[in-house]
Design a protein around this ligand. Structure first.
Ligand SMILES: NC(=O)c1ccc[n+]([C@@H]2O[C@H](COP(=O)([O-])OP(=O)(O)OC[C@H]3O[C@@H](n4cnc5c(N)ncnc54)[C@H](OP(=O)(O)O)[C@@H]3O)[C@@H](O)[C@H]2O)c1
Length: 346
């Protein structure tokens, strides 16, 4: 399967190239487009790839691309992806979109959360949400895959067994997430500037973060009843990693062991989701650079709540590792090819 990355000079793309140049076979990265660096060698912008990638960036040109590739991966911001996806699909290519443009089923939801009109709402019904742990079979044959957001992946996988089994009140879920700064992309602004982030911690977008409807959509589908969440993201003074702490009220008294058993059962066949034993706590460094999600939990019987923690690397399982997992499925390869390795610790 021949791949091009569109908008390839950013962080998710850099991570995707890193993973694809080590892929064991069946997926070939043949083109990387960039409007910032046309004609420039990839290794000039991404020095970590020296010795592994001899591609140069090229300006996007559909006529120059269409016969060379099977799948285009859009590594551009939301709204911009809507300019590319219909054109690429119309040329008979398959598309994976990193952005949020095709994740929500409802154009109205998109417009109210993203404050922007959806220009290709007809494509929403054909997009498959790219979370293999729920939609593996549909991803295999999809033409348009909406790769999940980084916060949503940690929150949805962390809460999924709770709602699938009806263990918790569906309107009681609180998701408190902490993220490294690379989640905001490569361009620094006042919010992400080193001087404002180093030794600093802040919440942001309380009640209005755009990942909220995506989390609710997927947890509602998993629950079979409406799920509403309070989602509060925080920026951490670190480069990569997300830790989501998920609080929910139990419908009946349950022990930590009983809930852990349900989590072990739910994820035992999942190659990239590891449930930790009782008494262990998930930590971001244990998954750094890997496609793994670690989940730990405890019941707090005094208040009748379960507290789940879920960690991942926002650039790997939260973005580019998930793209490789989806590409493997779309190509009919082993889903773990090229992404089965542990985190970098310490
Ligand atoms: N960072 C994360 O942890 C993360 C996780 C999950 C999903 N995502 C999503 O993945 C996508 C890429 O994120 P990123 O972190 O890689 O962002 P980034 O570092 O800012 O890179 C985005 C790239 O998109 C291209 N681009 C930017 N503005 C554009 C415009 N107006 N028109 C056309 N191309 C434009 C640029 O590529 P060229 O200059 O090379 O053309 C830019 O390098 C976003 O939709 C983001 O929401 C990010």
């Amino acid at each position: 399967m021949r791949i091009a990355i569109v908008g390839a000079s950013g962080y998710t793309s850099s991570e995707l190239i890193r993973l694809l140049v080590s892929h064991p076979g069946g997926i070939d990265l043949v083109a990387v487009t960039s409007e910032t660096y046309p004609g420039v060698q990839v290794t000039r912008a991404m020095p970590n790839l020296r010795g592994y990638c001899d591609l140069s960036f090229e300006s996007f040109d559909l006529d120059a691309l269409r016969d060379r590739i099977d799948v285009a991966v859009l590594a551009v911001p939301h709204k911009v992806a809507q300019d590319f996806a219909p054109v690429l699909l119309g040329a008979g290519l398959r598309v994976i979109d990193f952005s949020a443009d095709y994740r929500l089923h409802s154009a109205d939801d998109y417009e109210s959360w993203y404050k922007s009109q959806h220009t290709t709402p007809d494509l929403l019904s054909q997009a498959v949400y790219g979370l293999p742990e729920r939609y593996r079979d549909a991803i295999r044959s999809a033409d348009l895959v909406a790769n999940p957001g980084c916060y949503p992946t940690s929150a949805i996988l962390g809460a999924m067994p709770l709602v699938e089994n009806g263990f918790v009140e569906p309107d009681s879920i609180i998701i408190d997430s902490k993220s490294g700064i690379s989640g905001a992309g490569k361009k620094a602004d006042e919010k992400t500037h080193f001087a404002n982030r180093e030794s600093n911690l802040t919440a942001y977008n309380i009640g209005v973060h755009r990942h909220t409807p995506e989390i609710e959509q997927e947890l509602t589908a998993a629950a079979g009843e409406t799920v509403r969440v309070s989602f509060t993201p925080h920026l951490m003074p670190m480069t990569r990693g997300i830790l989501s702490t998920i609080y929910a009220t139990l419908r009946r008294p349950m022990s930590t062991g009983e809930l852990l058993d349900a989590y072990f059962t739910r994820f035992k066949a999942e190659p990239f989701v590891q449930v930790l034993d009782a008494g262990e706590y998930a930590q971001t460094k244990a998954v750094l650079g890997s496609n793994n999600v670690h989940i730990s939990l405890e019941v707090d019987p005094r208040v009748g709540r379960v507290v789940v923690t879920s960690v991942l690397d926002n650039l790997v399982k939260g973005a580019s590792g998930a793209v490789v997992q989806n590409l493997n499925l779309m190509a009919g390869l082993d889903e773990t090819a090229g992404i089965r390795f542990p985190g970098l610790m310490p």
